[in-house]
Write a protein that binds this ligand. Structure first.
Ligand SMILES: [Zn+2]
Length: 87
């Protein structure tokens, strides 16, 4: 950090770029519980309005065959190797 000389208060603080947003997808089938953290960009493109909204989604298929999943935004390392088998 360079000293800024603008006084003790700064309105803007340089931060690292925001970490990429992932889609946290959790199977809603009882007793399945599979979940995965997916990188939505290769799946749905970079435009976030093309991503599935938070909440119930039927755009994913779990390895158990269920198509009902709960989607939410999350931050973290994408987990492609999850055995869940989301499509
Ligand atoms: Zn499942």
């Amino acid at each position: 950090m360079k000293p800024s000389g603008s006084g003790p208060f700064r309105e803007f603080v340089m931060r690292d770029p925001a970490p990429p947003v992932r889609l946290h997808v959790r199977c809603l089938r009882p007793f399945c519980g599979h979940e995965a953290l997916l990188d939505p960009v290769p799946l749905f493109g970079a435009a976030r309005d093309g991503w599935p909204p938070d909440g119930l989604s039927r755009r994913f298929v779990c390895g158990c065959g269920a198509r009902a999943a709960h989607v939410s935004r999350a931050v973290g390392r994408a987990n492609r190797d999850n055995p869940c088998g989301w499509l």
